[in-house]
Ligand binder design. Structure first.
Ligand SMILES: Nc1ncnc2c1ncn2[C@@H]1O[C@H](COP(=O)(O)OP(=O)(O)OP(=O)(O)O)[C@@H](O)[C@H]1O
Ligand SMILES: [Mg+2]
Length: 408
């Protein structure tokens, strides 16, 4: 009998010894258990046993209440379609052997837009996939109707918050490229895995940042195993986020790794332009970022008009052009014309050599010195050099311009 999600989920926390060792033996040969393995599994196999090799902790609601101070508002981090997220702290006082660390606890809102299915998909994928650019799932809770997820805490929150929040210094160009590269590596890892994964919900709010702006992908609730055998795509219900989803996927429901590549192109555009993928406050033709920006990416003069003004010209023009060309390719309406993520990673790696160089002219006016010392007032022009690499002086765009600098 094929077991449905409804069968599986209420049983996921029942501690029973497995009657068959199908899933366990798969674990022991290090093959990733997929969501479909669960629907074929026998009813006695529960989630915690199936994922026994993955080192996930199974928490109780009471324990999670303790670590989040009863989900207090002072620990509130944010809320998406799944439900509220709170900060907490775990250590071996809670459970012997737990590494002391801050965590983020996500609580499934039963009235929300997501449900058991996304929760279980997340536990199955993230419970088994480990990579420096995927957020680490530490554990979960499945008690009566409650479903929670416990992740490593990411101190800088999401890229969406960092890029679009109003009253903060803008992210420098080099940081933006570091984030793009990290996220690209996460996606490449999923696509190149022995059993490839299509992420399906690549967007700025699902890219989390650690204190050094290392990017990690979170939210695997919509992830899918890639096509198997001779299949070229996976057919699914169209899900994802408006403004990020690939046009062919929206039209046909045919999902491929190239759909993720398109979404990556949209995020890269967000990093380049500082604009959201969809912005209803803008004039009609500018509301969809990809549609508006893509035609302008190949022409250097037009490109200058779409680059985020908050960067204040502090970037290498050559670096920007290369990044824009990657975005242009990723956003092709022909999925086959898009690069794969490994190629994207290789190209973005080269951008590390291009530092934040001003593309504008700065005039340095030295303070007038003592007449006695006979030094004339000097002017130093720091002109743009579009071919400039790291040998040039790095300007730190986040710092306010020193009084002695005047933009020409
Ligand atoms: N591991 C984490 N560490 C720190 N903050 C987190 C963590 N996970 C989520 N958050 C914060 O919680 C907020 C809500 O995240 P969540 O993933 O639930 O929703 P979302 O990505 O904003 O929306 P969506 O439901 O469309 O994915 C995010 O803005 C993020 O800042
Ligand atoms: Mg999210």
């Amino acid at each position: 009998m094929k077991i449905t999600w409804e069968f599986l989920v209420p049983r996921c926390c029942i501690s029973e010894k497995p009657k068959t060792s199908k899933l366990v033996s798969k674990q022991s040969t290090f093959h990733r258990i997929s969501v479909s393995d669960f629907s074929n599994s026998t009813i006695s196999e529960d989630l915690s046993i199936s994922l026994a090799g993955s080192n996930l902790h199974v928490f109780s609601v009471q324990e999670l209440k303790v670590i989040t101070q009863n989900f207090s508002s002072s620990n509130f981090l944010g809320e998406g379609g799944f439900g509220p997220v709170h900060k907490g702290f775990i250590d071996d006082k809670l459970r012997p052997g737990l590494k002391p660390q801050p965590v983020a606890v996500k609580f499934l809102d039963l009235d929300g837009t997501q449900g058991h299915r996304e929760w279980l998909t997340e536990v199955i994928f993230l419970g088994q996939l480990r990579h420096p650019h995927l957020v680490k799932l530490i554990g979960y809770c499945c008690e009566e109707e409650h479903r929670l997820l416990v992740y490593e805490y990411m101190p800088r929150g999401s890229l969406e918050n960092q890029l679009f929040r109003r009253y903060s210094a803008s992210l420098p160009w080099s940081t933006r490229m570091k984030i793009a590269l990290g996220a690209a590596k996460g996606l490449a890892f999923l696509h190149e895995a022995e059993k490839p994964v299509i992420y399906r919900d690549f967007k700025a709010s699902n890219i989390l940042l650690d204190s050094d702006y290392n990017a990690k992908l979170s939210d695997f609730g919509l992830a899918k195993d890639g096509p198997q055998g001779d299949d070229t795509h996976v057919s699914t219900r169209v899900m994802g986020t408006q403004g990020y989803a690939a046009p062919e996927y929206l039209m046909t429901g045919h999902l491929t790794a190239a759909s993720d590549v398109y979404s990556f192109g949209v995020v890269l555009l967000e990093l380049l332009t500082g604009r959201r993928s969809v912005d209803k406050t803008r004039p009609n033709r500018e509301q969809n970022l990809a549609d508006w920006a893509r035609p302008q990416l190949k022409d250097a003069r037009k490109l200058a008009r779409v680059i985020d003004p908050r960067l204040e010209g502090l970037y290498s023009s050559e670096g920007v052009q290369k990044a824009a060309y990657v975005a242009y390719q990723c956003l092709s309406h022909r999925p086959k014309a898009r690069p794969d993520m490994t190629t994207v990673v290789k190209t973005l790696e080269t951008l590390k050599d291009y530092k934040d160089i001003s593309t504008m002219t700065f005039v340095y006016i030295a303070p007038v010195l003592d007449q006695d010392k006979q030094s004339p007032q000097r002017e130093l022009l720091n002109k743009t050099n579009t071919n400039t690499k790291s040998s040039h002086k790095k300007l730190t765009p986040n710092l306010p311009l020193h009084n002695d600098f005047h933009r020409a």
